[in-house]
Design a protein around this ligand. Structure first.
Ligand code: PMT
Length: 409
């Protein structure tokens, strides 16, 4: 199961660091290619040489120790990983991860990777129960980091309680299960949308005030990009019309980059006739400045007014033009979710409306997860719990495929 899997193991400074030797050894025996990064504190507990000998790969601890001139080490490790696991993870490293600190080789690599991340905490029972640690773990969970719960028992500090790093044998089993699920998710994913042409919009539009200022919103593009990826995995031919996004779409997805609502409208309209499904996950500005100044506006009085005019409602325009296309909108709401979502569905002539309460923790803008309710003209189709945006995308497209009759023959 682990044959050829590239696993980056981060070892931080707790007494459980000694267990990392067994963990490396067992992963290597299972065929994994293990690359270890140690923090300076970890080196107080176990030597680089031990982990290098067991992994048969160089061990990294210094961000500036660039051994191979052709690559930047932390980016190289971040990119090569199929999985990054931090075991043991101290309260300090968990806090750094939660707050995006990058002040050593491990935290920098963790910030740079797009691979799945697992964390096996190990610390004193009171530290593990401290509100700050709990909050940091909650933040990381909401971003998709998975935790391997510590066991209970006698801790090295003398206390009895929860905080002992899970045993290496169990961690290896969890990793094997992770790869087994990931493999079956990709290889057995039915190609329900084979031959279908799908346009997905993602991100926020940018409405210019002048050459250096603009109006935008909090959309990161994660939801739209997740839909584009899931549609590709299900066999569809995907075009992603992207406003301002913070994530990099995969290289094999065709991206049309736009800025304003008008540009997004023009791009989508060009693709419209030829599409089977259009999904509008983008957060489009409802208003734009009446006139964008072509020079930087100068500061003058104590107040200034900006006259805004309505942008084109892209979804509504598509709804008016709908023939055979299946049209899906998203509704970003803060209250009365069902009422507003169903009103938008009807007014914009959509087949499905995906409503998210963007004030809920773990839903809406920027988060790795979303909590959505999917409506059609008759009412609620499906109410999903908090799921990764990838899983939300997959569920939405499965419903869509069923409704349009599956793949094109
Ligand atoms: O990008 P992320 O950070 O991952 O966040 C995801 C998200 C919160 C942006 C996404 O889940 C979402 O809710 N997208 C829709 C945001 C939005 O603009 O909602 P709305 O209720 O204002 O608009 C309803 C629908 O009309 C949307 O499909 C929107 O794309 C569309 N619309 C709105 C205005 C306009 N001028 N033209 C449009 O097409």
């Amino acid at each position: 199961m682990l044959n050829g899997k590239k696993i980056v193991l981060g070892v931080t400074g707790g007494i459980a660091a000694y267990k990392s030797a067994t963990l490396v050894s067992k992963l290597v025996q299972k065929g994994a290619d293990v690359h270890v990064i140690m923090t300076a504190s970890a080196q107080q507990f176990i030597t680089e040489l031990t982990l290098q000998s067991l992994s048969k790969n160089p061990v990294y601890s210094d961000t500036f120790d660039e051994r191979e001139p052709s690559v930047v080490s932390h980016i190289n490790l971040a990119d090569l990983a199929d999985l990054v696991i931090v075991a043991p993870a101290t309260a300090n490293m968990i806090a750094k991860m939660a707050h995006g600190l990058a002040d050593d080789m491990l935290s920098t690599t963790l910030l740079a990777t797009t691979a799945p991340i697992m964390v096996a905490p190990a610390m004193n029972v009171h530290m593990y129960q401290h509100p700050a640690v709990i909050e940091n773990m909650r933040i990381l969970s909401s971003r998709g980091v998975s935790f391997i719960e510590p066991g209970e028992g006698l801790l090295a500090c003398g206390y009895v309680g929860k905080g002992r790093m899970e045993e290496p044998e169990s961690i290896v089993q969890i990793i094997e299960q992770f790869f087994s699920e990931a493999t079956s998710a990709t290889s057995n994913k039915p190609r329900l949308l084979e031959g279908r042409k799908i346009v997905v919009t993602a991100g926020g539009t940018i409405e210019r005030i002048d050459p250096v200022r603009y109006i935008t919103n909090d959309s990161s593009g994660k939801m739209g990009v997740a839909i584009a990826k899931a549609a590709r995995d299900m066999g569809a031919e995907v075009v992603l019309v992207a406003g301002h996004i913070d994530v990099t779409p995969p290289a094999d997805i065709h991206v049309v980059q736009v800025q304003s609502a008008q540009e997004m409208y023009d791009a989508v309209l060009e693709l419209w006739e030829d599409s089977d499904i259009v999904i509008k996950a983008a957060a489009v500005a409802d208003y734009r400045p009446r006139k964008a100044s072509d020079r930087k506006m100068k500061k003058s009085g104590d107040t200034m007014s900006l006259e805004l005019v309505k942008t084109v409602d892209i979804l509504e325009q598509l709804g008016l033009r709908k023939k055979s296309q299946f049209l899906i909108g998203f509704a970003a709401e803060t209250n009365n979710m069902e009422t507003y979502a169903r009103e938008k569905l009807a007014r914009k002539n959509c087949d499905l409306m995906v409503a998210n309460d963007v004030t809920s923790e773990g839903a809406g803008f920027r988060s790795e997860t979303n909590i959505v309710q999917i409506y059609d003209a008759l009412g609620l189709v499906e109410q999903l719990p908090m799921l990764s945006k990838e899983e939300v995308a997959h569920r939405l497209l499965t419903i869509t495929a069923a409704r349009i009759g599956g793949a094109h023959s």
